[in-house]
Design a protein around this ligand. Structure first.
Ligand SMILES: Cc1ncc(COP(=O)(O)O)c(C=O)c1O
Length: 391
């Protein structure tokens, strides 16, 4: 059997060694505490699950869904956008359901990228932007995100010949893995850049509803001109604790939405209708429910940040996202510090290099951890004396 060249483009799974060591420890009965994956531990609200129970009994929902989804789903998305961002979307032309944002992001590459084309991809960043590009036969031009730039890409630093060849610019705020946020000024620059170079600006907005200290992120599509050049990806996964149900949506420029619909209708058969009804119910959730959920994460955030600061790390509290992104102690690489925490304290964090080479020197801790595990994890971290490696 000969598998395709494109599979060889997928970088080796960085966590192979970590996963092996975790499995080995667990087999020995050791309780490993994981700050690794960003998968909400809090349950999907009961009224949303109840919607599935009820709608799963309706026979029409047992059949193939349409790729463009139920009209009532698209209308609910348009209502949610109006309520949340003050934007009027055409539910028939500017909204498309996704089998989770990951699916839409991966398939979006097939809409824009031909072999040899370039996608502008943040580093560090969510890996699907690059893998999707490679699967479509394209190349990534990496946009370094650095602490000095507030984890925003420097669009002026992109060489002219790269900008000419690029078809797509990926952005993601609130950001995974850095927890950074972007303001209207950056979004304006991204729109201008997209227009100047005829580049699709694709904004991954999966964390707009996971926020702290009263912060309310904007939609990229609120930026004047964004609907001409852009599409935005949302996920119900993090917004409403629904990772297991697999639903999200793409919204934005009608031609782009049509392109994504063409790709999807040829490769998948859409989101099960009962799940779409769950999403409709979710999007009607009163703000106070989301605020209460965010208050739980915020408390965890403050405890984790304090614990890291007590270890001598310069951790800062993010305004949004599920992640604490912190510099490792001087003299350590991301992988060495990750290994130290696992070896010495049976605590798992994600090395920043899992998100790109500019993630070197950082680790990510996810706040999707139960209170019980959090207590144990923080106690273990508090009792760790990090051996000095500083020169
Ligand atoms: C930045 C970002 N985009 C997209 C996704 C995928 O979301 P979904 O569960 O909707 O596929 C994630 C999940 O972790 C993410 O962190």
């Amino acid at each position: 059997m000969r598998t395709s060249q494109r599979l060889k483009k997928v970088p080796p799974y960085l966590f192979v060694e970590i996963s092996r060591r975790i499995a080995e420890k667990r087999a020995r009965g050791i309780k490993v505490i994981s700050f690794g994956i960003g998968d909400p531990d809090l349950a999907t609200p009961e009224n949303i699950v109840e919607k599935l129970r009820a709608t799963s009994l309706d026979k029409p929902n047992h059949r193939y869904p349409e790729t463009d989804g139920l009209p009532v789903f698209r209308q609910a998305v348009a209502r949610w956008y109006q309520r949340r961002f003050g934007l009027s979307l055409d539910p028939d032309k500017e909204v498309l359901p996704l089998i989770g944002a990951k699916e839409g992001i991966g398939h979006a590459a097939l809409c824009f990228i031909d072999p040899g084309d370039i996608a502008l991809v943040p580093d560090p960043g969510y890996p699907v932007y690059s893998v999707g590009t490679w699967f479509a036969g394209g190349e990534c031009h990496w946009l370094p995100l650095t602490e000095e730039n507030g984890w925003l890409p420097d669009l002026d630093a992109i060489p002219a010949d790269v900008a000419r060849k690029a078809k797509v610019l990926w952005i993601n705020y609130p950001n995974n893995p850095t927890g950074a946020i972007a303001g209207p000024e950056f979004f304006k620059k991204a729109v201008a850049f997209g227009k100047k170079h005829d580049i699709a600006v694709l904004h991954d907005a999966c964390y707009t509803e996971v926020t702290y200290d009263g912060y309310r992120p904007q939609s990229f599509l609120q930026t004047p001109g964004a609907m001409d050049v852009g599409m935005e990806f949302h996920s119900l996964s993090k917004s409403y604790n629904m990772t297991g149900w697999r639903i999200g949506m793409a919204v934005g420029n009608a031609d782009m939405i049509r392109a994504l619909m063409t790709v999807k209708s040829n490769l998948d058969s859409g989101v099960p209708q009962a799940i779409q009804y769950m999403a409709i119910e979710a999007m009607a959730t009163p703000d106070k429910v989301i605020d209460a959920r965010n208050a739980v994460y915020q408390k965890r955030r403050d405890r984790v940040v304090k614990a890291l600061q007590n270890m001598g790390l310069d951790a800062e509290a993010p305004k949004a996202s599920l992640y604490i992104w912190t510099r490792v102690p001087e003299g350590y690489t991301s992988a060495e510090f990750t290994k130290l925490l696992l070896d010495e304290r049976d605590v798992v964090v994600t090395p920043g290099t899992g998100y790109g080479k500019h993630g070197e020197g950082y680790v990510r801790l996810s706040l999707t951890i139960s209170e019980e595990d959090l207590n144990i994890g923080l106690e273990r971290l508090a009792s760790l004396k990090v051996p000095s490696k500083a020169k």
